[in-house]
Design a protein around this ligand. Sequence first.
Ligand code: FEO
Ligand code: CA
Ligand code: CA
Ligand code: CA
Length: 627
Amino acid sequence: MKDNDTYDLSWDEWDELQRPAPDKSDFDDVVEAAISRRGFLGGVLAYGSGAAVMGTGLLSSTAAEAMGASRFGFTPIPIQTDGTVHVPEGYSWHPVARWGEPLFSDAEELSQQTAIGVASSDRVFGENTDGMEAFVVDGRQVIAVNHEYVNTKVNLPMNEDGAVTSADDVLTLQNMQGVTVMEVAEGADGWTIVVDSDLNRRITQNTPMVIKGPAAGHPLLRTAADPFGTTVLGTMNNCGAGKTPWGTYLTCEENFNGYFGSTDPEFERPADYVRYGIGLEGRYAYEKFDARFDVSQNPNEPHRFGYIVEIDPTDPTSTPIKHTALGRFKHENAAATIAPDGRVVVYMGDDERGEFLYKYVSNGVYTPGGPTSALLDDGQLYVAKFNNDLTGQWVALTSETTGMDEAEIAIFTRMAASKVGATTMDRPEWVAVNTVAAEAYCCLTNNRNRGVKPNAGGDDTPVNGPNPRAENHYGQIVRWYPSNDDHGADTFTWDLYVMAGNPTVHDDVYGGSSNINAGNLFNSPDGMMFDSTGLLWIQTDGDDDNAGDFAGMGNNQMLAGDPATGQIERFLTGPNGSEVTGLTWSADKRTMFVGIQHPAAPFPDGEGKLPRSSIVAVKRDDNLPVG
Ligand code: FEO
Ligand code: CA
Ligand code: CA
Ligand code: CA
């Protein structure tokens, strides 16, 4: 090579000659293969650090644009940092249901000074809207939706710093969480709640439910109030959701640990409390005013939460069912599908740093109109093991593999999964099953502890195939293809659909995969749904400072992804401080219902008003379908 040939090299090529990359490790080959398998994540270079994968950012997004920009049907929007919702040109939105809005005409209207009093607190739309699903009941449009947690400064505005100071405060907060089932209808003012519909229902942290499956009746679930361990009051921290093939709603109990505390500071926490994060001080001081949440008096009460709960939206008098066969952990959502042989498959993430991804498969088969009552109680729970050769196994959690009995596996699922050496994940949030292809996706939202410290069970969390970055602040989406297109199969192959990152700040692994570019920056993917056409909708719950590592990402948002090309484009931005979470469609697919949770801005009522988590309806101005 003559000296002046170097002038013909690109900057990267020149730099490469000056500072050759160290030898690649086997692990780098794995990651490179994982994110370039379909070609559209090309332009990825691996370095020999064992963890480093560099997305060059712009190369393949250009290729993706050339391949399929038409799939989306909207013009992508820029980031925003303001206090409202933005959608593409040709679309509009309006609020459908705000926290505190009456579901029944006997409920008081929200006061800016005192919010909602205890008497009305279970007669209104709850706080912190999250996962939701739509149903049609006798031709009427019904939405079932979660109310994940509360923001006491907003919900108890008359209390200094939102402090919880009485039993009434506790009951008010308990009533504002759980689930709403409500009829909605589209009129001259767009979609609104049908006040006093006979289908409207609030399910709270005090609603009686039954416990079924292997843990039902177990001594660890028995309390003074429930000596048989088969009934429980309420559901809590309802995060993501799901829908069964037979038309019921699945609500998922996530951070249940935070509601419990001890009035006895000397109370010694058993090992399972430590693994599940149950401490001596609850987030909302429930334990001081409601003995059920005081673990020094009711040490088994926490064992009765952390499950999937089934609700029949067609019958407001029905009793919700906790299905312990689907395991106890910080359940994010429940993505149900049907295997070719008719068995019901439910994918579920445990949203905690270094915890696991699960699957439940029923023993019985679903037939339309046939019996369904045992399908979520009699089945096998599995946990995912990802291999670095892009294969994976669903490892059955049985007494043979774990040394625990069936009930113990259902109650202490995390420990069972640790025993079989499951793959520690970067906080599994929503799983979504493609509606038109045999594949499923999981948002791995972020994990600052990856490669730093073990999970709460002591499992090491080194970088691994689907979790390839240490101190992962951006998140990624892993995708798997079940063997023989059968979601009931116990093997699969996998790759990464996207690694979020910031190529405007980083030129290494933290720049993200090549379908990330300056026009679609985001971090911390969380909510995720496929629409009926097979487009992937991704919602974020991340850092919205719009600075430093997160510069150019703006407020939390919703993007659309094309599974075939990898192209991802921004569709909606939320108000500052909010998380965009929860997505479903009207029966005619002309309306998209989107959840806006915990806005910091006074959304949607404007300056001087309390911020209100809300469901908004998004439509095309030409009223064509939106999913
Ligand atoms: Fe409630 Fe993991 O989000
Ligand atoms: Ca979430
Ligand atoms: Ca999240
Ligand atoms: Ca949230």
